[in-house]
Design a protein around this ligand. Structure first.
Ligand SMILES: [Fe+2]
Length: 187
């Protein structure tokens, strides 16, 4: 059995036995760390994706996930020299995502709604909170409702494995304009 299948089996056990989303994400993080360290991971990714650039769904589960069935292990391959695209601040709705950096590095910034106009509680604005660089082999996750933005922080396009606790195409969520504070349904 390959490293991806071992990881998927371990994640299915996590969802089957752990109701708490934070605890799920912590356990999945441990398994993802092991996955990132497996020696043949790139070959396995290329086998499943045919070596083509773009999004590769490595596994979409038919039974388990959070809050509903359908967790997804995916990655995205960007050719060297090409931009990884503009990063918008977003949430993952009622789901969450575990990010593991396989190659390169990414910068992660979290945002919260804050009152920046004194005591006007009808004018919340997005304020940057925790900001950190995730390097090779490092894991971070964003829990239900959290807002974040991810951008590349390495010369070559980073390769990031993402565990969507439920395939995000199936989850209602938002993107955010950090200048105007517009909050738009993610279409
Ligand atoms: Fe995200």
């Amino acid at each position: 059995m390959g490293a991806i299948d071992r990881f998927v089996g371990a994640v299915r056990e996590v969802f089957a036995g752990t109701p708490d989303a934070r605890a799920q994400a912590q356990k999945i993080s441990g398994h993802m760390k092991a996955l990132l360290a497996s020696p043949n991971l790139m070959e396995e990714i290329n086998q499943r994706g045919g070596g083509k650039p773009g999004r590769i769904d490595l596994h979409v589960d038919d039974k388990y996930g959070h809050p509903g069935p359908g967790f997804c292990l995916m990655t995205s391959l960007t050719p060297k020299g090409k931009s990884t695209g503009g990063a918008r601040a977003h949430d993952h709705g009622a789901s969450y995502v575990v990010y593991g950096v396989y190659k390169g590095a990414i910068e992660q910034t979290k945002y919260t709604w804050a009152y920046t106009n004194g005591a006007d509680w009808t004018a919340p604005e997005l304020r940057a909170g925790d900001c950190f660089v995730q390097k090779e082999g490092e894991i971070a996750f964003f829990l239900p409702g959290e807002i974040h933005k991810t951008s590349a922080a390495s010369d070559d396009p980073p390769i990031v494995l993402r565990l969507e606790a439920q395939l995000l195409d199936r989850v209602a969520r938002h993107t955010y304009n950090l200048d105007s504070h517009q909050t738009l349904s993610h279409g």
